[in-house]
Design a protein around this ligand. Structure first.
Ligand code: EPS
Length: 392
């Protein structure tokens, strides 16, 4: 089983990660991980912090001469902003003279986190609850992603909406996705195409609308969320299981996506549209192809039936709520004086949906890889390759 842990505060010295359970022999380099870290930092609507950081990973252990050893892999991404925060976020000392934050932002973890852990300074919550943590998640998951790519499984994503700027007529983008996914590395191709847009939207008109929406939200001191779509190509039939609730791959994928900061909804295939139709209009018929092979002319199920991959493209959507740090304050309460006050503002992004789509690509990799290892597992890439060839 692949597991990973991250540690680190947003304005602390560094983010640290450990990935454990990967087989030996995966080719990996810091350069490869850095590319994904760079992708996560892009997107129109991000705040001043992204001008400070240029995330680079250091691989400290678990890799030798460019290949994984099967042992735990440890990673570090240093926070450049730390130099401005070394007093406020010091590991040693007693914090005397450092201003305490006592006004929680509605929608953030500030209030519930402080009550839960008994803090009188919300900074203790803010810094770990920050989405900065996703930089290390992406770093850890990129190694897992490389493992999947070795077996022809490629993950990509694009953004469907930001605020009310939404791709409603999917015909053109579906055509484009179809064209791009003919290639064996289809998921990668979709990601590459979306990367060419600053908001990762494949429809040019909606892209412009989304950029304008972010601009006007920024002017108003407001923020925006949106919906992104993740696709996976090359996943064979039979990953996951229906036999027990916690082995259902759809449930596991949904958990991974909702675990991303500010993601509050997930959809598998065209689940919400399916719920408005008759069964006869929804279910993907089973037909015989030219070589008497089984084919599925449609994929409304999003590549998953009974918690198991069908061999079709996996399609997942996530809904990100608007960022909860607002320049235009909402009503809040000062927890020290217990008086009504406007919520606090600190530097933040206006919209991070494009970044979120890249994070979603990453966090589903361990879920898929674990299901893959369960079926074709082994201790080294060579061993797994043999089993995959036989069992596919
Ligand atoms: C975040 C607030 C902002 C974002 C941050 C997430 O950081 P800061 O408070 O330093 O301006 O930029 O995202 C990142 C730093 C990142 O690397 O994605 C928050 O409160 O979640």
């Amino acid at each position: 089983m692949i597991r990973y842990f991250t540690s680190g505060e947003s304005h602390g010295q560094a983010l640290v990660g450990i990935v454990e359970g990967l087989p030996a022999g995966i080719e990996i380099s810091s350069e490869y991980i850095n590319r994904q870290l760079w992708r996560r930092q892009q997107g129109y609507g991000r705040g001043g912090r992204m001008k400070i950081e240029s995330d680079h990973v250091e691989i400290l252990s678990g890799v030798r001469f460019g290949k994984t050893l099967g042992s735990p892999i440890s990673l570090v991404v240093r926070n450049k902003d730390w130099v401005h925060w070394s007093d406020k976020m010091a590991v040693e000392g007693n914090g005397r003279g450092i201003e305490k934050i006592s006004t929680p932002r509605p929608g953030h973890a500030d209030l519930v986190g402080a009550v839960k852990y008994g803090f009188d300074d919300l900074r203790n919550v803010i810094d770990r609850a920050s989405a900065r943590e996703t930089a290390m998640r992406v770093a850890c998951c990129t190694i897992v992603r490389k493992f999947l790519e070795t077996f022809g499984i490629f993950i990509g994503s694009h953004v469907l909406s930001i605020g009310t700027a939404e791709v409603r007529d999917r015909r053109n983008i579906d055509k484009l996705i179809k064209k791009l996914t003919v290639a064996s590395c289809g998921g990668y191709k979709v990601a590459e195409e979306a990367d060419m847009s600053t908001v990762r939207i494949l429809d040019k008109q909606i892209e412009q609308k989304a950029i304008s929406a972010i601009k006007s939200a920024k002017k108003k001191g407001d923020s925006l969320g949106g919906v992104f779509e993740v696709i996976v190509t090359g996943a064979p039939m039979g990953l996951g299981s229906y036999v027990e609730y916690d082995r259902k791959l759809d449930g596991q994928l949904a958990q991974a996506i909702v675990s991303i900061h500010a993601v509050k909804g997930v959809e598998i295939g065209s689940a919400f549209a399916n719920a408005t139709m008759f069964g006869s209009e929804v279910h993907d018929e089973i037909q015989l192809g030219r070589d008497k092979n089984i084919i599925r002319p449609t994929n409304r199920a999003g590549g998953l039936e009974g918690g198991i991959t069908t061999g079709e493209m996996i399609v997942l959507r996530g809904a990100m709520k608007p960022i909860s740090t607002l320049a235009r304050p909402l009503r809040s309460v000062d927890l020290k004086s217990m008086k009504a006050v406007p919520s606090r503002y600190e530097r933040s992004d206006v919209c991070a949906v494009p970044a979120c789509s890249v994070i979603a690509e990453s966090v589903i990799a361990p879920v898929l890889a674990n299901a893959f290892l369960e079926k074709f597992g082994g201790d080294s890439i060579e061993e797994i390759k043999k089993r995959y060839k036989k069992g596919k």
